[in-house]
Design a protein around this ligand. Sequence first.
Ligand code: SAM
Length: 266
Amino acid sequence: MTPVEDSLFLTLCCRALDNRSPHPILGDEIADEIVRTLDHDYERLNTTTNLVLNVALRAKKIDEVASRFIARHPDAVGLDLGAGFDTRPARITPPPTVDWYDVDLPEVVAAREHVVPDRAKAHTISADVTDPDWLDALPTDRPAVVTADGLMGFLAKEELGALFDRLIDHFPSGELVFNGYTRFTIWVARHSRGTKSVADQVKFPGMDDPREPERWNPGLELVQEMLISRQPEIARFPPVLRAYYRLSARSTSWSRKGTLVLHYRF
Ligand SMILES: C[S@@+](CC[C@H](N)C(=O)[O-])C[C@H]1O[C@@H](n2cnc3c(N)ncnc32)[C@H](O)[C@@H]1O
């Protein structure tokens, strides 16, 4: 795998470690099962407790948006862009009327077939999401919920904008939910121990204003900026991290220095 593709091990490993903690935030048993099965050098990932908690909690918030959308739209199409080895279909269990697609680069999709257990599999699409044609195979007459966890940092701002334009043009309506990066969190991603393995692959410069995508495409409307520091699950964080996030929750600009999940409708 290329370093960009290889980045999937970091988030996968964080979800597995969350599952092994006494009080998991996400509790993704299949991620843990995959990690136990694969012969991969997880030590070199340098995960930290803080990163594990943030990765688990952002996945939970993205899952919640997707689940609510599917409950309201049982005819929906679901997409996970840059799905890696994520097991979202098993966590949110879409009904058979929903078509869920896990999208990633060809090497990852090919490996996913062998690595992800059947109970977490959905349709797959092998594609570079910056390619203009990959959406052609998907229905155009059904509402769509589009998730992306850990992808945004690998796309240039123009690529992300063009991707949003294509999704909005393709589907009649839908929602987008992904973890966002401010300029500060991009700087941290480039310099911290936990994300050092992917630092050189980061193309996104960061986005400090969650309303910025509304200016890229007038069809897009911000539903919510979810600041991790203000989520109720912080109560389950270990004492020092809990105290830090409780304090930072008092300030929006401080909270934006941490993990955030952006949710839009179109
Ligand atoms: C940090 S990993 C996250 C994987 C998964 N979403 C998760 O949470 O475990 C980023 C993923 O994005 C994929 N990716 C990066 N650039 C991509 C692109 N242009 N098109 C499709 N997938 C891409 C990588 O192959 C990788 O699987």
